[in-house]
Design a protein around this ligand. Structure first.
Ligand code: ASP
Ligand code: MG
Length: 408
């Protein structure tokens, strides 16, 4: 009988120290006992990658990207070797491999490489020899034998790509939280762990600021329809399945609420209301490599208008400087900025087929005297920019109104 193949990825916090590594080894061994072939992907120990990055930056604020990859890829090489030792110590046969050794071929974009293909034969050979395979996450190799990394959080991507290459039925992502929650449990204690969420909802929540998994890994899992199981390495409890959407899942309109406090709002007053002005402003801002989000332009009655938009807080100073330079070339009025904002968003694939979701969100905020400064929507989300002070309250009242305490 063909054995079932499973891919399991353990994040940095799951292998933060030797005790944790031993725990993970036990868990892996228990799957092997069930006569399954197990391929494990590991991240670097704890915050090793951050530490390596700091070392590089202490030499050069812009280190050469090739050398950065040489450096950053070492973190995962350490953890995969240690984990293989720990598994062997339990009496199971295991072997560790770097990305290059298992044929994870990438393009040449150092520090943010894309996987082109995986030659899984070395892993399959190890399976045939009844070995547990442990692969260093986050890395690959180019056709010129140069080591690359896949962008921060890239071990998730390694895991999904391996699951695809090996034909695994599921890709398990072990982390330090129990799964995906309806909202941040630090804000709302009644946040509920979801049993299921769709790929597109997960992508939307990630784009809106929920930090659980590397976005690219979810995109790849969606493309190849590889279910992901996000669960805790500290408990046996089942986590959250990320799956393709189905009709039943669309019966709820809202599945999650995110709150993002990392943006700032800029308002430019009295902008001439004629073709080409907005283009001019946003071209200059994009030349400064600032990514702009929500943009609102008022209707003008006087041939002048106000434009407001949000930018990452870290880029506020740079953006204001760009606008100041621009004000020497086109006539604009006062420019103001506000760092005390938050983006509160509701997300759900079911929004497509439910009416009145936006109205319900706005009414709930109004009933709680929370003023909405800006609104944006996508097909499956609605976001309101509000004062930061009210954001926790907004999350709580919306969580209640949309019945998320009772979702499953
Ligand atoms: N160690 C890398 C990072 O911290 C990759 C990963 O953890 O997935 O970004
Ligand atoms: Mg990490």
């Amino acid at each position: 009988m063909k054995k079932k193949i499973i891919v399991q990825k353990f994040g940095g916090s799951s292998v933060a120290n030797i005790d944790r590594i031993k725990e993970v080894a036990k868990r892996i061994a228990s799957y092997k006992r069930h006569r399954q072939d197990v391929a494990v992907v590991v991240s670097a120990l704890g915050d090793t990658t951050d530490k390596l990055e700091e070392l590089a930056f202490s030499i050069d604020a812009h280190p050469p990207e090739r050398e950065m990859d040489m450096l950053m890829s070492t973190g995962e090489q350490i953890s995969c070797a240690l984990l293989a030792m720990a598994v062997k110590k339990l009496g199971f046969d295991a072997v560790s491999f770097t990305g290059a050794q298992v044929g994870i071929r990438t393009d040449k974009a150092h520090t943010r490489a894309r996987i082109i293909k995986i030659d899984a034969h070395r892993i399959k050979k190890a399976f045939a020899e009844d070995k547990i395979v442990i692969v260093a996450g986050f890395q690959g190799v180019t056709s010129d034998a140069e080591i690359t990394t896949l962008g921060r959080g890239g071990s998730d991507l390694t895991a999904v790509a391996l699951a695809k290459a090996l034909g695994a039925k599921v890709c398990e992502i072990y982390t330090d939280v129990k799964g995906i929650y309806t909202t941040d449990p630090r804000i709302e204690k009644k946040a509920k762990k979801l049993t299921k969420i769709t790929f597109e909802e997960m992508l939307e929540m990630a784009a809106l600021g929920a930090q659980v998994m590397q976005t690219r890994s979810i995109e790849v899992a969606k493309k190849y329809n590889i279910p992901m199981h996000v669960r805790s390495s500290f408990s046996k409890e089942e986590g959250t399945m990320i799956v393709q959407k189905n009709e039943k899942m669309e019966s709820v309109s809202v599945r999650g609420i995110t709150c993002n406090k990392s943006e700032a709002k800029i308002t430019i007053c009295n902008v001439p209301d004629r073709p080409g002005i907005a283009a001019r402003i946003f071209t200059e801002i994009s030349k400064a490599e600032v990514s702009v989000d929500t943009i609102v332009q008022n209707v003008s009655h006087t041939r002048q208008t106000d434009i407001s938009f949000t930018v990452p807080k870290t880029e506020l100073t740079k953006t204001l400087k760009t606008i100041r330079n621009l004000s020497e070339k086109i006539k604009i009025g006062d420019v103001s900025s506000d760092k005390d904002i938050a983006r509160v968003s509701i997300v759900g694939s079911g929004m497509r087929s439910h009416r009145g979701v936006a109205a319900k969100m706005f009414q709930t905020l109004a009933d709680n005297k929370i003023n909405i400064e800006m609104i944006t929507t996508s097909e499956i989300s609605i976001s309101c920019i509000i004062n930061r002070k009210s954001s926790d309250k907004a999350v709580k009242v919306l969580h209640k109104k949309f019945n998320l305490e009772r979702i499953n």
